[in-house]
Design a binder for this molecule. Structure first.
Ligand code: PLP
Length: 397
C-alpha cells in the first residue's frame, strides 16, 4: 500500500482577503507572475497619484534618494550588500545585464543546465551569437539527489573555457531547489564565474545572497515577496561592479553601479517604492508561517493531483528542500510534449476548469506545476484533482 497525500495545512485565516484575485478561478500558479496584495496595490496607486500631481517635483526632488533607500531596505531582506546590488525590473533584465557585461569572446563558453528558464536560455544564445561564444547545456535528471546535482554541474565545467555558469536557485519547469552554495563553491575553485538566477527565491527561501558568493545573483520580489510587478534585485560581487553595463545609458551613467543600472530615465519607479509594503504584508502574516503554509499546501496539491492521475508518491519529484512552494506532477505520456502543446493545454485547463496552473514541456514530456500561496485552499486542489483526469482523458481519445 502506498501512502496517500500529506495533510493540508491550516489556512492562514483572513489572508485571502488581502488579494483582489477573481474568486471564480483557482489561482494555482502564483509562480509565474505573482499576485499583488491590495495594500501594496494601494501604496503604489498613492505613489502614482503623487507622480501625476506634480511630475516635475516627483522626478527632480529626492527621487534618487528614495530609490536608494528602497533598494537598501529590500537588499537587507535578501542578505545582499545594499550598495552592491541594483534594482532592476525583473530577472529577465538582470540576465541580459549580466550577459552583456561579460564581454564574451570567440572560444568562450556559457554553461547552462537543462532546467534553465527558457527566456534566459534565449538571452544566453543571443549573446553567444553576437560574440562568437558558445552555449552548452548540462543535463540534470529531475530525480538527481542534491549531491548528484552538484557533481553533474561541476563535472561539466571546463576551467579556462567556461566563462560563465548560469544556475537557477529554484528551477522554473521542474520546481527544483538547487544547492547553489555548493555549486558556487565548486565553480569558484575552478575560477568559473557564476550567475545565480534566483527569480523565485525572495520570499520563498530564507536568503543570504552574499553568503551564496555568486559573482551575480538576480531575484524577483514580485513573485513570492508581494512586490508590485517589475521589482527585482541584481547583486554583483565587488570585482565585477565596475564592468557592469546598464541596458540603456541614462543620466547616472557616470555614477557607476548600481545607480547607472537603476536610473533608466522617465519610467515608472512607483513599483519599487511600493515594494517595502509587500515585505510589510509578508512580515505581518509571518514569513515563517507563510513559508510553512505554502510548502505544506504545495505538497498536498502535488499529492492529490498526482494520485488522481494514478501516480504513486515515488513518481512525484521531490523539490529538494523544505520551503518549496511549487511542485510538479508528470502528465500522461504524449501530452504537452512541446512548448506549444504545453501552452495549449494550460489554456484549455483555464478555459474548461477555471484553474490557472503552469504546464511545461521538459525532458520529452509534459509537467504540471502547482504553486501554493496564502490565498489558496486545499479544496481548490481537490476540485482540480477531481476534474483533471476526465479533461486529459478526453484529449487522449
Ligand atoms: C528561473 C526564472 N528565471 C527568470 C524568470 C523571468 O522572470 P521575469 O519574467 O520576472 O523576468 C523566471 C520567471 O518565472 C524564472 O522562473
Amino acid at each position: 500500500m502506498t501512502a496517500g497525500p500529506s495533510a493540508p495545512p491550516p489556512a492562514l485565516s483572513g489572508a485571502r482577503l488581502l488579494f483582489s484575485l477573481d474568486p471564480a478561478v483557482a489561482h494555482l500558479n502564483h509562480g509565474s507572475f505573482g499576485a499583488v496584495p491590495i495594500p501594496v496595490q494601494r501604496a503604489q496607486q498613492r505613489l502614482r497619484d503623487e507622480v501625476d500631481a506634480n511630475p516635475m517635483r516627483f522626478f527632480t526632488q529626492g527621487i534618487l534618494d528614495r530609490v536608494v533607500h528602497t533598494r537598501r531596505y529590500l537588499a537587507s531582506f535578501v542578505g545582499a550588500d545594499p550598495d552592491g546590488c541594483a534594482l532592476v525590473p525583473n530577472a529577465t533584465a538582470g540576465a541580459s545585464i549580466v550577459l552583456q557585461s561579460m564581454r564574451l569572446r570567440a572560444g568562450d563558453e556559457v554553461l547552462l543546465t537543462d532546467h534553465a528558464y527558457g527566456a534566459v536560455g534565449l538571452a544566453v544564445r543571443r549573446e553567444c551569437r553576437r560574440t562568437g561564444a558558445t552555449a552548452r547545456t548540462v543535463a540534470v535528471p529531475v530525480t538527481a539527489t542534491q549531491p548528484e546535482v552538484v557533481a553533474r554541474i561541476t563535472a561539466a565545467l571546463r576551467p579556462g573555457r567556461t566563462r560563465l555558469l548560469v544556475v537557477d536557485q529554484i528551477t522554473s519547469p521542474t520546481a527544483r531547489l538547487v544547492p547553489v552554495e555548493d555549486i558556487v563553491r565548486a565553480a569558484r575553485e575552478r575560477e568559473v564565474p557564476v550567475f545565480v538566477d534566483g527569480a523565485h527565491a525572495p520570499g520563498m527561501l530564507p536568503l543570504d545572497v552574499d553568503a551564496i558568493g555568486a559573482d551575480f545573483w538576480v531575484g524577483n520580489l514580485h513573485k513570492w515577496a508581494f512586490a508590485p510587478r517589475g521589482t527585482a534585485l541584481l547583486a554583483v560581487t565587488p570585482d565585477w561592479r565596475r564592468r557592469i553595463d546598464p541596458l540603456a545609458v541614462s543620466w547616472e551613467q557616470e555614477a557607476g553601479f548600481p545607480l547607472n543600472v537603476e536610473w533608466q530615465g522617465s519610467m515608472d519607479y512607483t513599483g519599487w517604492l511600493a515594494a517595502p509594503t509587500g515585505l510589510f504584508v509578508l512580515r505581518t502574516l509571518g514569513v515563517d508561517a507563510v513559508r510553512a503554509h505554502n510548502a505544506a499546501l504545495a505538497a498536498y496539491g502535488q499529492g492529490v493531483v498526482g494520485k488522481a492521475l494514478g501516480l504513486a508518491p515515488a513518481d512525484l519529484p521531490d523539490p529538494g528542500g523544505p520551503t518549496a512552494a511549487m511542485r510538479i506532477v508528470p502528465l500522461p505520456a504524449g501530452l504537452a510534449t512541446t512548448p506549444a502543446e504545453a501552452q495549449a493545454l494550460r489554456r484549455h485547463i483555464a478555459d474548461k476548469l477555471a484553474v490557472e496552473t503552469a504546464v511545461n514541456a521538459w525532458g520529452g514530456r509534459g509537467w504540471l506545476r502547482l504553486s501554493a500561496q496564502v490565498y489558496n485552499r486545499a479544496e481548490e486542489y481537490d476540485r482540480f484533482a477531481e476534474r483533471l483526469p476526465g479533461l486529459l482523458a478526453a484529449l487522449q481519445r
